[in-house]
Design a protein around this ligand. Structure first.
Ligand SMILES: [Zn+2]
Length: 374
């Protein structure tokens, strides 16, 4: 009996001691053309404070202790952020972020989800110098020549949002970007087309912003690249989705819709702010039948090309209510290139020559679509 009491006291005292401090678990950052996103894994009730100065930001945590080794050696390979210093003042931990250009800071917190078990503080350091931002966006999106069809290639997910994760730990976001970049290169060899990427690196672009890019660049086609994932490891093959306002009745498609649309949680508050008016115009527009018919034809052309280089999961285009497909009046499809949850397909998705074959097939589908329009 006495042993039990002793054990109880030890557990009790360690709980009380543990409550004195809040733990910072990990630190990551993602560099985008116009901002750098800093993410800190913390506890739910961690007290923090963010103060901006001319050329640095101080993020401080009260009564905090640092768990991860990451914090002792923060290495930055980022154009915007020179360095991050850690300073301990009594029980406060301060991250001092030195920034080499004019900036604004926004922050928000995110709850744990299936991919991240900790609460997160997200701090965005955003360029405030418009000249710099303009210069960068010019590089990212070259102006199209007359008579060129501009095609927006959207690499799904990015940054904090990894997308699906394969059995051998390949991340969907990386596979999507690799295929998207190859596709853009292939398309741009054809003088009739001008392809642009919605993201060129490993950072998150909110779903609504992907649509805004489509509008600003006056694109005539929207293609989103993804990789599929299910519980079972045997599911295989490509599928192509088009938008349907009713969504899809199959269980798989409903799960997909949820996972694709839910990723905007990663964007936090910013996802909603920039284009209310544009979103409204999409919502009033997306039932346009001619657009749905064109998207269906484009999807069919892409499927028949993908069929030549690998297995097909769904032979006819699937309908789903994806936010990212809601671009007004242009053919828009979402390509699930293969199942990253299937180890054999995961291998294929990460293989450069297979990625090239997939990109080549999507390109041929696009060309055939335009040819049958003439
Ligand atoms: Zn995806």
């Amino acid at each position: 009996m006495r042993h039990w009491i002793g054990l109880f006291i030890i557990i009790f005292s360690s709980v009380v001691f543990g409550e004195d401090k809040t733990t910072l678990y990990d630190f990551r950052y993602w560099s985008a053309p116009d901002h750098t996103r800093i993410v800190i894994d913390k506890e739910e009730d961690t007290l923090f404070n963010i103060i901006s100065y001319d050329d640095f930001v101080i993020i401080s945590f009260d009564d905090a202790e640092v768990l991860s080794e990451t914090f002792s050696n923060i290495f930055f390979k980022d154009d915007r952020i020179q360095k991050v210093r850690i300073k301990r003042e009594k029980s406060t931990i301060k991250l001092i972020v030195h920034i080499n250009r004019k900036f604004n800071v926004k922050h928000f917190t995110l709850n744990p989800n299936t991919k991240y078990k900790h609460h997160r503080l997200v701090v965005d350091v955003i360029d405030s110098d418009i000249k710099v931002t303009k210069k960068i966006s010019k590089i990212d999106y070259p102006p199209s020549l007359r008579n060129q069809q501009t095609i927006l290639i959207d690499a799904g997910h990015g940054g904090e949002d990894s997308g699906a994760v394969g059995r051998n730990k390949s991340l969907e976001k990386n596979v999507n970007l690799a295929i998207a970049k190859k596709l853009v290169d292939i398309i741009n060899k054809n003088k009739d087309f001008n392809a642009v990427l919605s993201r060129g690196g490993d950072y998150y672009v909110p779903l609504t912003k992907r649509l805004t890019i489509a509008q600003k660049q006056k694109v005539s086609m929207f293609i989103s690249i993804h990789a599929d994932s299910v519980e079972s490891i045997s599911a295989k093959g490509a599928s192509v989705y088009i938008l349907s306002e009713k969504g899809n009745n199959s269980k798989l498609a409903r799960q997909l819709e949820e996972s694709q649309n839910v990723v905007d949680q990663f964007g936090g508050v910013e996802a909603v702010i920039d284009n209310d008016q544009f979103l409204k115009s999409i919502l009033s527009d997306y039932s346009r039948k001619d657009k749905e018919k064109q998207s269906f034809q484009l999807a069919q052309e892409i499927i028949s090309q993908l069929n030549k280089v690998g297995p097909i999961h769904k032979k006819i285009p699937q309908k789903a209510n994806f936010v990212v497909l809601k671009s007004p009046s242009i053919p828009s499809v979402l390509v699930e290139t293969a199942f990253i949850s299937n180890p054999t397909q995961e291998k294929r998705l990460t293989n450069k020559s297979q990625q090239q074959k997939i990109a080549q097939s999507i390109y041929q589908g696009i060309v055939n679509f335009y040819e049958q329009l003439d």
